[in-house]
Design a binder for this molecule. Structure first.
Ligand SMILES: Cc1cn([C@H]2C[C@H](O)[C@@H](COP(=O)(O)OP(=O)(O)O[C@H]3O[C@@H](C)C(=O)[C@@H](O)[C@H]3O)O2)c(=O)[nH]c1=O
Length: 188
């Protein structure tokens, strides 16, 4: 029912649910708790988010919510195409500061699972791209945090010109990773 691929970051998974195509279009179970749990994604999601980014070059991120409201996220694209990025920020992790970037599109219907302890962000590769994602905790603005998307220590390939990126004021003012005290600790 779902194809699961590991990424270079343990815990971050690329999931592609099956699509049943016919003359009308397709049908797909985009989330099935039992099936996901069988593949290691056994998470009580409590909030679904939907954002629209009109312009190519919009970058949202890199974001996290700190404990006690840390969020696992299951991200997909309902329209358009984005480059979705996860960065390990668990102190003591052998992968601290490492990232994976995956193209997610409405055409493919693929999804990225990003566990707690990772930054999340995406760049917009097609106009009017819509991101749909499930979160395992509620929005808690007091726990909301960000790291600069174009941090030279991360050196993420966003697939768009970072100098021309369209950012929120909050994201433009985000600290660099070296000036940031991560609230997450790696647990073996
Ligand atoms: C994230 C969020 C925002 N909001 C409000 C706050 C604000 O007024 C408005 C826009 O918020 P932001 O600018 O933070 O939206 P955005 O930049 O799209 O933030 C999102 O980015 C991606 C990369 C993520 O991973 C998400 O978890 C979230 O951080 O929406 C909520 O009411 N609930 C929420 O869950």
């Amino acid at each position: 029912m779902v194809q699961v691929e590991l990424t270079e970051l343990p815990g971050v998974l690329l999931l592609t649910p099956r699509r049943f195509g016919d003359d009308r279009g397709f049908f797909s179970e985009v989330y099935n708790r039992e099936v996901m749990a069988a593949h290691g994604v056994d998470v009580p999601f409590v909030q679904d988010n939907h954002s629209l980014s009109r312009q190519v070059g919009v970058v949202r991120g890199l974001h996290f919510q700190a404990p006690p409201h840390a969020q696992d996220k299951l991200v997909r694209v309902g329209a358009g195409r984005v480059k979705d990025v996860a960065v390990d920020i668990r102190r003591g992790s052998p992968h601290y500061g490492k990232w994976v970037a995956v193209e997610l599109s409405a055409e493919v219907g693929n999804q990225l699972f990003i566990p707690k302890g990772f930054l999340h962000g995406f760049s917009v590769l097609e106009p009017d791209s819509e991101l749909l994602y499930k979160c395992s905790d509620y929005y808690a603005p007091e726990c909301d945090g960000a790291v600069r998307f174009d941090d030279p220590d991360l050196d993420i390939d966003w697939g768009v010109d970072p100098a021309a990126a369209i950012l929120s004021a909050k994201d433009a003012a985000a600290p660099l990773l070296k000036d940031f005290d991560s609230p997450f600790v790696y647990e073996d």
